[in-house]
Design a protein around this ligand. Structure first.
Ligand SMILES: Cc1ncc(C[n+]2csc(CCOP(=O)(O)OP(=O)(O)O)c2C)c(N)n1
Length: 568
């Protein structure tokens, strides 16, 4: 059914449409290009019309990460709008993070006025020349599924509906829409659109039955199968089918890196992340939504093993180089593909005695692994600087279904056991640092009743433009607990140098250029500056009480908190 509304401009029609399409939030970082949007918001506020709620975010890195975090929790894409060329430049890292993590998003940027004449919206400021680009969309084109610049008198509804449908179709990802100022500013008296979107997103992808059958046969007859996943839990409904597959086969599930909860970590067949001890002996290896299932320089599968790849884009076609062997390649969304595999495996039948034996072996292996994880935490209890294993294990006591933990090189998540979908997230495979601060704020916006904990390295925190994040936390009333692991160094950079040249001069002389931060930095004061609770934690004996003080600030006082943990 169509609907006609009174509007004053194309910008207002655009906001009407976004609201009608269920967009909750419009994360904005504006400039002169926002004039039509600002005017349209004022009009709609005055008329008390529904709107995507405007969230002003004082840095693009934060805005992009907020939209990303919100979508991780809700599955619903949101809108980000940044300022022409400068905003697009600052936001590009966030677009790349969203693209590599298959996060849907309507990324938009204004465009400096195209015309020098008298049109409404034409150039009227000195900045309008220098901020023009021949092809602004090209800045993000490699990192979006579709990009377009809105033309005068374009079919606005068709453009927006198509953008949202493409963004959410598997493999999901961001789309980009450039919005020239004159186009948005153009006067319009009424706007007619369909109440339901003109097109829907393509549904889950299903591999052909004969491939499912071949994979099921290989798995049903395997003596030593294993599965490695990274991101199948992007769809929370894929968690149970993965449990079913593991159980029907007595097959261990490894997580190469946890971006989402893929498999309950308290399950007897959860095997941790270290595949090196198992991979060379496996006869069937399933790579499920994992871009880097193992490090080829360190380990690899047996030449005789059958490798089965499953994923919405199982060969990662947008990665330039990725040379993992794949004998059976199943292009399919995890939930229906795993469900179908389990059904066919049950029809074929498995050696239940062998399944029981394997399960017993993996239960014992898991207990051994957990004992050594617990021992690491215990050994670190009194260490100064504070041990990461010890701190992480203490924090894990406060985690549950009512918490969401986001991490970016912060703590040791091996010390934590996540069991429910939606309780933990990590950054994109693209690894563009600066994600966690904003993503945590977006997660809190999406789940206001949950305690959101953001754990991140001091380097990652600095990349995340904390000044902007703390302001948004305060202004939007989003109390997040930030835990900054302050080791005073970019350890990842030092380790990379050490690993590449273990017998080099840097190791011999303990000289590490480009790796040092400042362990004396009072990161807690950034949070205090925005009215939050801040504490420097350098005494291991104070760890449990410090965590409780910070949680009290967040949960009871409803203000943000930051623990600056002086760690090893
Ligand atoms: C935007 C960006 N710049 C640089 C890097 C390279 N990089 C990867 S890890 C890292 C250091 C991160 O430091 P921190 O968060 O303190 O964690 P640590 O390495 O100490 O564990 C850097 C600079 C990156 N991934 N992203």
């Amino acid at each position: 059914m169509s609907k006609t509304v009174q509007v004053s401009s194309v910008a207002e029609a655009y906001l009407e449409l976004l609201a009608a399409r269920g967009i909750d939030y419009f994360f904005g970082n504006g400039g002169t290009d926002f004039a039509p949007i600002v005017e349209a918001y004022a009009n709609r506020f005055a008329k008390e019309e529904t709107l995507p709620r405007p969230i002003p975010v004082p840095h693009e890195i934060t805005a992009m990460a907020m939209a990303h975090g919100y979508t991780l929790v809700t599955g619903k894409p949101q809108v980000v709008m940044v300022h022409t060329l400068p905003g697009t430049a600052n936001a590009t890292g966030g677009v790349i993070n969203a693209f590599r993590s298959n996060t849907p998003m309507l990324f938009t940027a204004g465009r400096t006025p195209i015309t020098e004449g008298d049109l409404k919206g034409s150039r009227d400021g000195g900045i309008h020349w220098g901020q023009e680009s021949f092809d602004q969309g090209s800045m993000v084109r490699e990192w979006v599924k579709w990009d377009y610049e809105l033309r005068p008198d374009a079919d606005l509804e068709g453009v927006v509906d198509r953008a949202l449908a493409i963004s959410q179709s598997e493999p999901a990802g961001p789309v980009s829409l450039t919005l020239p100022r004159e186009v948005l500013a153009k006067s319009l008296e009424e706007f007619t659109y369909n109440e339901s979107p003109r097109m829907t997103a393509a549904d889950a992808i299903m591999p052909p039955p004969d491939l499912i059958h071949k994979a099921a046969l290989a798995l049903a007859s395997a003596k030593n199968p294993m599965l490695i996943t990274q991101d199948s839990g992007r769809d929370p409904e894929a968690v149970q089918p993965l449990v079913d597959l593991a159980e029907v086969l007595g097959m261990p599930v490894f997580e190469s890196r946890v971006c989402h909860l893929n498999f309950p970590q308290d399950h007897p067949l959860h095997a941790g992340s270290d595949v090196a001890g198992t991979l060379p002996d496996a006869d069937v290896v399933v790579i499920l939504e994992a871009d880097v299932p193992w490090a080829p320089k360190r380990t690899g599968p047996n030449d005789n093993a059958t490798i089965i790849s499953i994923g919405v884009d199982p060969l990662f076609s947008n990665y330039p180089i990725r040379g993992y062997r794949s004998d059976l390649t199943l292009a399919g969304s995890p939930k229906p593909t795993l469900t179908a595999l389990v059904e066919v495996i049950k029809q074929i039948g498995v050696d239940t005695h062998a399944v029981d034996n394997r399960t017993t072996i993996w239960v014992a292996a898991r207990e051994k692994r957990l004992a050594s994880i617990a021992a690491r935490a215990k050994a670190g209890k009194e260490q100064t600087p504070i041990s990461k294993a010890y701190f992480s294990s203490e924090l894990s006591k406060y985690l549950g279904d009512d918490t969401i933990l986001l991490s970016e090189l912060g703590l040791d998540t091996n010390q934590m056991e996540f069991t429910t979908p939606g309780t933990t997230y990590a950054g994109s495979p693209a690894g563009i640092l600066g994600w966690a601060v904003g993503a945590s704020l977006g997660a809190k916006l999406a789940a206001p009743d949950k305690t959101v904990i953001c754990t991140l390295g001091d380097g990652s925190y600095t990349f995340g433009v904390p000044s902007a994040g703390h302001i948004v936390s305060k202004v939007q009333n989003l109390p997040v607990l930030f835990i900054v692991w302050n080791n005073g160094i970019w350890n990842a950079v030092k380790s990379a140098a050490k690993n590449m040249v273990p017998d080099g001069v840097a190791v011999a002389t303990d000289t590490w250029a480009f790796t040092n931060l400042d362990q004396e930095c009072k990161y807690e004061m950034y949070c205090q500056a925005s009215g939050g609770y801040g504490e420097r934690v350098d005494d291991p004996a104070q760890v449990p009480a410090a965590i409780e003080r910070a949680l009290y600030a967040v949960q009871v006082e409803k203000r943000q908190a930051l623990l600056n943990v002086i760690g090893a």
